[in-house]
Ligand binder design. Structure first.
Ligand SMILES: *[C@@H]1O[C@H](CO)[C@@H](O)[C@H](O)[C@H]1NC(C)=O
Ligand SMILES: *[C@@H]1O[C@H](CO)[C@@H](O)[C@H](O)[C@H]1NC(C)=O
Ligand SMILES: *[C@@H]1O[C@H](CO)[C@@H](O)[C@H](O)[C@H]1NC(C)=O
Ligand SMILES: *[C@@H]1O[C@H](CO)[C@@H](O)[C@H](O)[C@H]1NC(C)=O
Ligand SMILES: *[C@@H]1O[C@H](CO)[C@@H](O)[C@H](O)[C@H]1NC(C)=O
Ligand SMILES: *[C@@H]1O[C@H](CO)[C@@H](O)[C@H](O)[C@H]1NC(C)=O
Ligand SMILES: *[C@@H]1O[C@H](CO)[C@@H](O)[C@H](O)[C@H]1NC(C)=O
Ligand SMILES: *[C@@H]1O[C@H](CO)[C@@H](O)[C@H](O)[C@H]1NC(C)=O
Ligand SMILES: *[C@@H]1O[C@H](CO)[C@@H](O)[C@H](O)[C@H]1NC(C)=O
Length: 413
């Protein structure tokens, strides 16, 4: 009668023992390098420590199959500075696998089969580069990266649909790469608590820029291209005072209202490949640092000569592939240091006789591939444009002969 509990006890006991044998490394090759390079085959080991030479700082590259990193499998290696465990079919990391790695700076776990990062997986590490890209990560548990310092964290090309709060709790970061996921929601405090400088969220499914979420006083670069953003609202960027480079290409924008970009520090603004049909007159006013503006490949029909009042004048302005039909009077009056201005592939048929009045020096203006059918020599009189491309219009290029040799204007036709 009492043999049944005894057998049960034995089963549990044996299970406990086999659970205790947490062999992470079985028949794997490690390449290591300190002042010399060598290769070692691990037949079986529960901790990398036994294989890695002591002494000088060492970089380790593991090859073979490592399906699970058990607790303390990469532990207590005081001279480990770089570890590559990429393409090793890694499916699971038990919390506590990494620890006591004071010199570890570079950790590459990319191209594996991880689906979840559990709470406490990366705790108390001080790293410069962590690559978790190209896995199957769909879940980041709160506390997954608790109290780690990392300059660059790559979580790109995974299966994330949301960033819940607490995932980056007490993390010190510089750059966070989340591109090529399926992120639709970000909890309001998930990233606003991190002192980020660069955030790449391109190729996700975000629909708005919520200033509660994007509340990062140190952020300088924000990539949001290839999302599903339909509209921008005044104040969307109000909590990003240092933002200098914003990419909103390939979204679903149809209109740019006033009050979104004014008084930001944006130097480079990419709005190309949307469906923008209207840009409010003051949409780009008061942008004191603007240098590069791209509104190409949209659905604009109107060139507004009042855009950019009070802004620093861009050096590069891209507006190709729109539906602009006309260059009005003083079309370029707000531009005085343009290096490159591209208005190719619009539908410009009419160029006002005063179109170039009040413009400053332009190094290169391209109006190629439009529908201009006449060009008066008076248009560019008293205008400083080094080169202008009028090719692929409806002009007879011989009409333009009189411009050649002027010395200030070079015309391509
Ligand atoms: C060890 O791995 C190699 C290839 O990585 C494989 O050819 C070999 O069969 C494996 N040996 C064992 C005992 O699993
Ligand atoms: C390199 O590894 C082999 C065995 O894996 C070992 O016999 C040899 O001593 C090692 N060489 C050095 C310089 O550590
Ligand atoms: C955070 O991690 C550092 C090591 O990077 C450690 O010294 C410190 O004690 C940790 N703090 C907490 C609260 O765990
Ligand atoms: C992390 O390591 C760097 C050196 O790479 C060091 O300057 C810094 O103080 C460390 N931070 C912590 C929290 O240990
Ligand atoms: C974050 O760190 C601060 C100070 O180091 C600490 O007071 C706080 O409890 C930490 N938060 C969590 C959720 O661990
Ligand atoms: C931006 O412009 C809008 C209206 O055009 C105004 O309400 C807002 O205060 C401006 N923002 C800043 C930061 O000046
Ligand atoms: C472009 O704008 C016109 C109106 O100006 C509209 O009829 C058309 O549907 C728009 N095209 C796209 C692709 O949004
Ligand atoms: C040429 O430009 C100067 C200065 O911008 C201006 O004073 C002058 O009236 C202009 N001349 C003509 C013919 O437009
Ligand atoms: C050539 O440039 C000068 C000075 O900018 C201008 O006065 C002259 O009219 C220009 N010639 C032609 C043909 O435009």
């Amino acid at each position: 009668m009492c043999s049944v509990p005894l057998q049960l006890f034995l089963v549990i006991f044996l299970l406990k023992i086999s659970d205790g044998q947490k062999i992470s490394f079985k028949n794997v090759t490690i390449n290591w390098a300190n002042d010399i390079k060598n290769e070692t085959i691990i037949v079986t080991a529960d901790n990398l420590k036994k294989t890695v030479p002591t002494g000088e700082k060492v970089s380790v590259n593991v090859n073979g199959d490592v399906p699970v990193l058990y607790e303390q499998s990469i532990y207590d290696i005081p001279n480990l500075k770089s570890l590559v465990l990429s393409k090793v079919n890694l499916k699971e990391i038990k919390p506590g696998a990494f620890g006591n790695l004071p010199l570890l700076r570079y950790l590459d776990l990319s191209f594996n089969k991880l689906s979840e990062i559990k709470s406490g997986t990366f705790t108390n590490l001080n790293l410069s580069h962590v690559d978790l890209g190209f896995n199957l990560i769909a879940t980041l548990q709160p506390g997954a990266f608790k109290n780690i310092t990392v300059e660059e964290l790559y979580l790109n090309s995974n299966e994330l649909t949301e960033i819940p709060s607490g995932v980056f709790e007490n993390v010190t970061f510089t750059s966070l790469y989340l591109y090529f996921n399926h992120i639709r929601t970000i909890a309001p405090t998930a990233i606003s608590t991190i002192s980020l400088k660069k955030l790449h969220l391109s190729h996700n499914q975000l629909e708005t820029i919520d200033p509660r979420i994007f509340n990062n006083p140190e952020l300088t670069r924000l990539r949001l291209n290839d999302n599903l953003i339909k509209f921008l609202r005044p104040g969307d960027l109000k909590n990003l005072p240092r933002l200098d480079d914003l990419t909103l290409s390939s979204n679903k924008l149809t209109e740019i209202p006033d009050g979104v970009f004014n008084n930001t520090n944006i130097a480079s603004l990419e709005l190309d490949l949307n469906k923008i049909a209207k840009i409010a007159t003051k949409a780009f006013d008061d942008m004191p640092k603007l240098e590069f503006l791209d509104i190409s490949m949209n659905n604009l029909t109107l060139w507004d000569n009042n855009w950019l009042a009070g802004s620093s004048e861009p050096e590069i302005f891209m507006a190709y592939f729109n539906q602009i039909t006309e260059l009005p009077d003083e079309a370029f009056k707000n531009y005085h240091r343009l290096e490159y201005f591209n208005l190719e592939y619009n539908k410009i048929a009419k160029v006002s006789m005063k179109a170039f009045q009040k413009s400053g020096h332009i190094s290169f203006l391209s109006l190629a591939s439009n529908e201009i059918d006449s060009w008066s020599p008076d248009l560019l009189r008293n205008v400083s444009i080094d080169k202008i491309n009028l090719g692929m219009n409806k002009l007879k290029c011989t009409d333009l002969d009189e411009f050649f040799g002027n010395g200030t204007t070079q015309i391509f036709c």
